[in-house]
Write a protein that binds this ligand. Structure first.
Ligand code: FES
Ligand code: CO
Length: 342
């Protein structure tokens, strides 16, 4: 599926970057192949328009912010958050030619991140009750660009068959264990996969699971939210709750931005954020190494038989079926490299 060619994907909210980045001025980003610029208005809320001035096509992200407006760095034309040109400094009486505007996109702040939808969103950003729950802290983990596809990262997040191979250097001993319980339930937002199994505690990082024992029992509630978000809830017998939110935001057909953050019902003294981040950075570096070698264009129509499958691929196969159904419900077919070139 070439994500930039599937119009329905433009109708979802995507996490773009932490809000703090906007303190450094307008920020460029490419979402589904669309160059956008994001800036912060005087009330603190973010705004997003196409990153191309309608005067002489300069990138607005090279400009600066004045009040609520973004100012082009070339000749100073100013735009509001709806993309309308509202000021031309050289124009007597500030006469604005009809049609002087750029496309604007839906933009909001949520959970400390900027979210953008290129067209009218089909549904709101998924809920994270822990964000406002008392006793929880939020830890931003990473915001990095990878050369892979969004579906590739999503299915990897639910793929227990790779642990013993890709993660043999960190936590990947799961192949020796059978989960006590595994169930996958489809929902309107995607699916929830529930697992209970015993894991090895991260060596020398017992504070991550709050247990000094060599192993601990972990209860996973791993949700996939269409199209490319997951929330992984981990519960431990000692009452510790650890929630991982991972967004695979499609930059173009061959790249994604991974944004990941955590919620925990403990404190910095119980487990320093740096310890959690160091461990998870080691884990995702293992995934990156292999995911940057796969074809970013993951097929969603399995009847094309582009790839072979096994029983353990069930989560990824449900994702493909649901994504294909989503496209078809909006009158689209899957566009892949062969059809795009035809
Ligand atoms: Fe933007 Fe001229 S190119 S003001
Ligand atoms: Co992995």
């Amino acid at each position: 599926m070439l994500v930039t060619q599937q119009k329905t994907l433009r109708r979802f909210w995507y996490a773009i970057m932490p809000m703090e980045k906007l303190a450094n001025g307008p920020q460029p980003f490419t979402l589904l192949g669309e160059p956008i610029v994001i800036w912060q208005k005087s009330d603190g809320s973010p705004a997003a328009v196409r990153d191309r001035c309608c005067h002489r096509t300069a990138k607005l992200s090279k400009g600066f912010v004045e009040g609520d407006h973004i100012v082009c760095g070339y000749h100073g034309w100013q735009y509001d958050c709806r993309g309308a040109c509202v000021k031309i400094p050289q124009s007597p009486g500030n006469t604005i030619p009809p049609g002087a505007k750029v496309d604007a996109f839906h933009c909001q702040e949520k959970y400390g991140y900027v979210w953008v939808a290129l067209e009218d969103p089909l549904k709101p950003v998924f809920e994270i009750p822990e964000h406002a729950a008392p006793g929880y802290r939020c830890i931003q983990q990473f915001d990095v660009r990878w050369q892979t596809g969004a579906l590739r990262l999503m299915e990897n997040s639910f793929d227990a068959a790779h642990f013993a191979f890709v993660h043999k250097g960190t936590f990947g001993q799961f192949h020796a264990q059978k989960p006590e319980f595994f169930e996958i339930r489809e929902t309107d937002y995607g699916f929830e996969a529930e697992t209970r199994l015993v894991i090895n505690n991260p060596p020398a990082s017992h504070r991550i699971t709050g247990s000094t024992e060599p192993t601990t029992r972990r209860h996973f509630r791993n949700q996939w939210h269409l199209p490319f978000n997951r929330r992984l809830g981990l519960s431990y017998p000692n009452g510790l709750e650890h929630l991982i939110v991972t967004c695979a935001t499609p930059i173009d057909d061959a790249h994604i931005q991974i944004l990941q953050w955590l919620y925990r019902n403990d404190s910095e003294a119980d487990c320093p954020a740096s310890e959690l981040n160091d461990w998870d950075l080691r884990v995702i570096a293992e995934d990156k190494e292999i995911l940057e070698t796969v074809d970013a264009d993951a097929p969603v129509d399995v009847s094309r038989r582009m790839e072979q499958n096994m029983a353990a691929d069930q989560p990824g196969l449900i994702m493909r079926r649901r994504l294909l159904a989503l496209l078809q419900a909006h009158g689209e077919q899957e566009v892949h490299r062969a059809t795009a070139q035809a």
